[in-house]
Write a protein that binds this ligand. Structure first.
Ligand code: FES
Length: 183
């Protein structure tokens, strides 16, 4: 009687271990597709925005030869965690010819509080409608009473292939005397 009980106990222990191992292996194998799916799901979070760097803003022939500035919207490709969006407006610039084959770019955002400035052809100055800052054609502070702590932010501009204007567009923190890029 005792021998039979011991044999039964050993058999049921073996059965238990077998079932436990089968369950464990099944659980691990079941997790693999989930882990792979999680990697695919989270992958976009590791990608960087494609809008970093220079973007084509306008053609050179769109700029008047007399150096009068023109305003252009800046469009770029934006990549967030899960989407890639093309031609998203990320800001605006004033472009003007400083020579026949040379272009200057200014961010239109006023460095005081970020309103967009207007170019006033009558006096060849930029004016901010929010608190009346004014800037010269080159973007320097014009009226010393202007509340803006610095001139308009210059941006790097290049002419490529003799016809396209590319701008390294950045926004900078408003309200500071120093030009500090927004991350
Ligand atoms: S935002 Fe331009 S002067 Fe205040």
């Amino acid at each position: 009687m005792n021998g039979k009980t011991t044999v039964n106990k050993t058999a049921s222990r073996r059965e238990f271990i077998k079932q436990f191992l089968a369950g464990l292996i099944g659980g691990v194998l079941g997790l693999l597709p989930f882990a792979a799916g999680l990697v695919v799901f989270l992958d976009p979070m590791r990608r960087k925005s494609a809008s970093n760097g220079a973007v084509r803003v306008a053609s050179l022939e769109a700029l008047p030869a007399d150096g009068v500035p023109r305003k252009f919207q800046v469009l770029a490709t934006r990549v967030d965690a899960w989407n890639k969006m093309r031609n998203v407006p990320i800001g605006a610039v004033y472009l003007r010819r400083t020579k026949e084959d040379q272009v200057e770019a200014l961010n239109v955002a006023c460095p005081h509080a970020g309103c967009f400035v207007d170019f006033v052809p009558e006096n060849g100055r930029y004016h901010c409608p929010c608190h009346n800052s004014s800037f010269t054609l080159a973007g320097k502070i014009d009226d010393p009473a202007s509340p803006a702590p610095r001139g308009l932010d210059t941006l790097e501009a290049q002419i490529r292939d003799g016809k396209d204007i590319w701008v390294s567009f950045r926004n900078f923190h408003a309200g500071r005397a120093k030009k500090v890029p927004v991350a």
